[in-house]
Each structure stands twice: as C-alpha cells, then as structure tokens.
Ligand binder design. Structure first.
Ligand code: SAM
Ligand code: SF4
Ligand code: SF4
Length: 380
C-alpha cells in the first residue's frame, strides 16, 4: 500500500458528503443488524446469543437490508451472535455493498481463515472488529489474543480496516492494559470498554478497582490526544469516566432515530437493550423521528455506539474536530514507517470510525450502583 493510500485510510471513515447530509436530514446514520443469534462461544457476560434459534435465511436478510437502505441508512454493522457462523455471510456483505452501505462486521475471530478474509475483502467489507478481552482464555471469556494473534497476519495486505475491542469486567481488568498494548503495538486501532448488560451484576468491577480504571481511562485519553490509535472518541472516553464517577451527563439519546438495531427475527430495536415488536418492514421515517427524544433509560446508559451518535449529533464540530486533530497527528508516523521499513514493523492501518458511531453492538443498563461496588455499563 502506498503512502497516499495509508494517509487516506486514516480518514477513510469520513464519507463527508453523506455524513454531512445526515446532520441536516431525518435519515439514519447506522443500523446494527443481528445476522444471527447463534454463536460458537459462550462468553459469561453476554446476553446476545441464543443457540436455540436457527439462522435467518439469506432471502429474509436481503429483504431487511433493502428496507434499511431505503430508509436512507448510511452504514450497516453486521453483528450477532457470531456473524461468521451464518453460511451466507459473504453473500450478505456483497449485497450490502451493492446497495451502497458502508459495511462493517463484528466477530470473535475464531472462525476466521485466510480464505474467508479474502472472500470478505473481495465482497467489499470495509471494517472488521475483532473482539479480544484477554491475553489468554478464562472461564468467563475465551476471546483472547492466544487465538487471535496468529490470525492477524491475514490482514497484513488486506483492504479491510481492522480494529480490536475488548470488554473490561472483573475477570478481564488485570489484562486490559496488556490487550491494549498488544493491539497498539501491532499498529491496530484498539479499545477496551466497560462491560454493560449485567443484570445480575456478576461481572461488575469492585469499587476498590474504580480508581485504577479511572487512571486507565485517563491514560487512554492522553494517548488518544497524542495521536495513538485508541479506537474510540475522546467524548466516549470522557463519558465512561463520568459513568465510573457516577456523574450526570446531559445528552439526548438518538437511538431508534439516527441509529437503530434489527434483530435476527427482523424486529426493529431502538438499541441492543430496548426492543420493540414492530417488524423492520413496517418502520417509517416518522417512526424513527419519533424516537428523537430524551429517554427514561439514559442515566448510566452503556450503549456506547448510541451515546457516540448522540454526542455527535449534538456537538458535531467539537466531537469530529478533536478526532480529526488526533488522527492528523498520526500522519508523521506513517511517513516514518513508510520511509524506514524494518522487519517486524507493524503495518499502519486506517480506521473507519471517525466519530465512534461505527462501533458495533452496544448495550446498556443500570448506572453505577450506590453500594460499595460499582456496576459498569456497557459498550461496544
Ligand atoms: C454480542 S457480540 C457479537 C459479535 C461477536 N460474537 C463478538 O463477540 O464480537 C458484539 C460485541 O459485544 C460485546 N459484548 C457482549 N456482551 C457484552 C457486555 N455485557 N458488555 C459489554 N460488551 C459486551 C462483545 O465483546 C463484542 O465485542
Ligand atoms: S460476546 Fe460474541 S462471542 Fe461472546 S457469546 Fe456473545 S455473541 Fe458469542
Ligand atoms: S439504553 Fe441507552 S441507547 Fe438504548 S434507548 Fe436507552 S438511553 Fe438510548
């Protein structure tokens, strides 16, 4: 990849024309589509898989994505369950691209092969999120670099922009820093986020560890400002720190309007946590606009993609401006790597997530609890 391509990829998520329009019209920015409920893993903190259900057919999925595009949606995030378990995932990606969607996919990475990465790239997939929680598997989560590291080579010459996202919970906190460093040291945009949906509060981080977490988030903000590839916006890092401190943040949730979810049964969901029984085929632009309002579940919300989109809609110049400045700081390092190649140097990669809204699946629930522990709400 030549130098100009590398610089271009740093800003590849800025579909300026179409993004710009979305600030002035009533159409949605992003839909997260559950390609399937089925999963090959069983992360203990996850409420988003169900192996009693079968995959939706490619015929149904295509019908839903046509409708999602007709609503004017700009980006589609293919999520699950595990999207790579769906036998027609490559065909679906190709179809989304034919319809003109910016297309991303979130995976645990276990089913990735070199051949599959090539097929997804050829089908036009632009962004892939691989979820990595730890360095080694645990009883809580098997998503670790032990499995994923050997697969990163598949992306060395791929046009797919790769990023890594980890979940921070009590089990993964001791390795969160190592996960971040490992991703960044390979030149891959990386982030680690607070666990969200946790109805039984089994995975929350002890209050005693809260200061450690706050320091960790502060260090990510610092590194982000220096131009390091922390794969989330400063606004969201600030928001997470606010959650940890139990601070009230003023915002208006645009979930169900500027971004929404579609379940693996074709149902319209406001977000990953708030579901409706309405079928996506029956949804109108007026239905979407009706969701542009403050919501009773906002306090402590952990659906970070929704928070990102909401903060962006509220303060586009402030949020995007900071991101553009942080990204521009990466350009000199691209020159450096480009002009002095060394064996083992990580390849610089672009990020197609200028505003953080292209983060997949998020969910939320409860706010930091008042007892002596703190419940961390979600992300993705
Ligand atoms: C539901 S998974 C679906 C895609 C794929 N199976 C995977 O794990 O990447 C999407 C993302 O949600 C994250 N996730 C699942 N449950 C979560 C929770 N309770 N809190 C925070 N993130 C969670 C996963 O780690 C993953 O990054
Ligand atoms: S987080 Fe992803 S990999 Fe883990 S159980 Fe949920 S859907 Fe499966
Ligand atoms: S849970 Fe969060 S994202 Fe979902 S509707 Fe409520 S406030 Fe919005």
């Amino acid at each position: 990849m030549n130098l100009l391509d590398k610089i271009g990829r740093e800003f590849s998520g800025y579909n300026i024309l179409e993004s710009g329009k979305r600030f002035f019209d009533r159409r949605p920015l992003q839909c997260s589509l559950y390609v399937t409920d089925r999963c090959n893993l069983d992360c203990a903190y996850c409420t988003e898989y169900d192996n009693s259900r079968s995959h939706p057919s490619i015929h149904d999925l295509k019908q839903w994505v046509r409708k999602i595009r007709e609503l004017g949606t700009m980006r589609i995030a293919l999520v699950g369950g595990e999207p790579l378990t769906h036998p027609d995932i490559v065909e679906l990606v190709r179809y989304c691209r034919e319809l003109g969607f910016a297309t991303s996919l979130t995976t645990n990475g276990f089913l990735l092969t070199r051949n599959l990465v090539e097929q997804l790239e050829e089908a036009g997939l632009q962004v892939m999120q691989i979820s990595v929680d730890r360095m080694t598997p645990s009883a809580i989560t098997k998503k670790s670099f032990k499995t994923v590291l050997p697969k990163l080579d598949y992306f060395s010459d791929s046009k797919i922009s790769l990023h890594i996202t980890g979940v921070i919970c009590a089990d993964t906190l001791p390795e969160a820093q190592a996960v971040l460093e490992t991703g960044l040291s390979r030149g891959i945009p990386t982030e680690v986020r607070l666990v969200h949906a946790d109805p039984l509060q089994r995975f929350r981080v002890d209050r005693g560890q809260r200061e450690e977490l706050e320091r960790f988030i502060d260090s990510m903000i610092e590194r982000k400002r220096r131009g390091e590839k922390i794969h989330t916006s400063e606004a969201i890092l600030n928001y997470q720190r606010g959650l940890l401190r139990g601070e009230h943040v003023e915002w208006t949730c645009v979930a169900g309007y500027k971004l929404f979810f579609v379940s693996a049964q074709g149902k319209f969901w406001i977000c990953s946590m708030v579901h409706t029984d309405k079928h996506i085929m029956d949804v109108t632009l007026d239905d979407l606009y009706a969701n542009y309002r403050k919501k009773s579940c906002q306090e402590g919300c952990g659906v970070y993609c929704a928070v990102s989109a909401s903060l962006l809609v509220e303060k586009p110049i402030a949020v995007l401006g900071k991101e553009i400045v942080a990204r521009a700081k990466r350009v000199p390092s691209i020159f450096h790597i480009s002009s002095s190649p060394r064996m083992g140097d990580p390849k610089p990669r672009g990020i197609a997530n200028p505003d953080g809204t292209h983060e997949m699946n998020d969910s939320a629930n409860g706010s930091p609890s008042a007892d002596d522990r703190v419940t961390l709400r979600e992300s993705v």
